[in-house]
Structure formats: structure tokens, C-alpha cells
Design a protein around this ligand. Structure first.
Ligand code: HEC
Length: 125
């Protein structure tokens, strides 16, 4: 009986720890998720590709880079990039900014997005 209780307690603790990690996102997993973006986005300053550099993204407003040709939709969006606004954008880019020119259908899984954002918070500074 004690064994069962211990096992249950250990399981509950594990779930709690996993739960905490998920809420904040896991940057190591997020690095793999960034493969979805890496074809078009670099993380180095001034390095635009098909998409604009994501360096310093969480200190920027949408369409802030002078050397990237953004769509009128992105310029008009008025977004300040935060973990929350980026989460909403990558879930469904066309829903948040209709007629933007980012050819990406969206990342459906909230925990994948949390991991990706944790990675970007770490490496985009
Ligand atoms: C196939 C190319 C492509 C892929 C894949 C892609 N993007 Fe983009 N992204 C773009 C383009 C092009 C724009 C500019 C859109 C516009 O001006 O309408 C953009 C814009 C953005 C912006 C706005 C930047 C700014 O300076 O305001 C963010 C943030 C962003 N992308 C994040 C991501 C993330 C995160 C992923 C991966 C989940 C991703 N993108 C995948 C091409 C891509």
C-alpha cells in the first residue's frame, strides 16, 4: 500500500514538474520547431532572407526593419511583438494579419508554439 502511495506521489510530482516546464516552453524543443521558420528567417541582425531577420523581435514593432520590404498589411497591423502577440500570429498568420505576405499556414499545437517562443526569447536578443 505504501509502495502504491509513493508511486502515486512520484507520478504527481513528475506531472507537476512537466506541467511547469510546458507552461514556460522548452527552448531545446523550440530549436527543432524553429526549423519551420529557418528557411525564411535568420536570427542575425541585418540578415534578411525571404522573411525579415528575427533578431531582437521582442523589442520590435511589426514591420520595423528599414531594409525589408514588408506588405502593406504588416505595416498597418500596429502589432508590438511580445510572446503573446507572436503566439497568436504563428498560430494562424492570415487570421491575425489578413493579406500579410508570410507564406506559412500556422503552427496548431500550443505547446509547440510555447517551445518555439521560449527558444526565440533565448536566442533573438
Ligand atoms: C516561407 C517563408 C516564411 C516562413 C516559413 C516563415 N516566415 Fe515569417 N515572414 C515571412 C515573410 C515574407 C514575412 C513578411 C510578411 C509581410 O510583410 O507581410 C514574415 C514576417 C514575420 C514576422 C514579422 C516580422 C516583423 O519585422 O514585423 C514574424 C514575427 C515572423 N515572420 C515569424 C515567423 C516564425 C516564428 C516562423 C516559423 C513558425 C515564420 N515566421 C515562418 C516569411 C516566412
Amino acid at each position: 500500500m505504501i509502495g502504491v502511495t509513493r508511486a502515486a506521489a512520484a507520478l504527481a510530482l513528475t506531472l507537476m514538474l512537466v506541467g511547469t516546464a510546458r507552461a514556460g516552453g522548452d527552448p531545446a524543443r523550440g530549436e527543432a520547431r524553429f526549423q519551420d521558420c529557418a528557411a525564411c528567417h535568420k536570427l542575425e541582425a541585418g540578415s534578411n532572407n525571404v522573411g525579415p531577420s528575427l533578431q531582437g523581435i521582442f523589442e520590435r514593432k511589426a514591420a520595423a526593419l528599414a531594409d525589408f520590404r514588408y506588405s502593406p498589411a504588416m505595416k498597418r497591423s500596429g502589432i508590438s511583438w511580445t510572446p503573446e502577440t507572436l503566439d497568436k500570429f504563428i498560430a494562424d498568420p492570415q487570421a491575425m494579419v489578413p493579406a500579410n505576405r508570410m507564406p506559412y499556414a500556422g503552427m496548431a499545437d500550443p505547446s509547440d508554439r510555447a517551445d518555439l517562443i521560449a527558444y526565440l526569447e533565448k536566442v533573438s536578443k
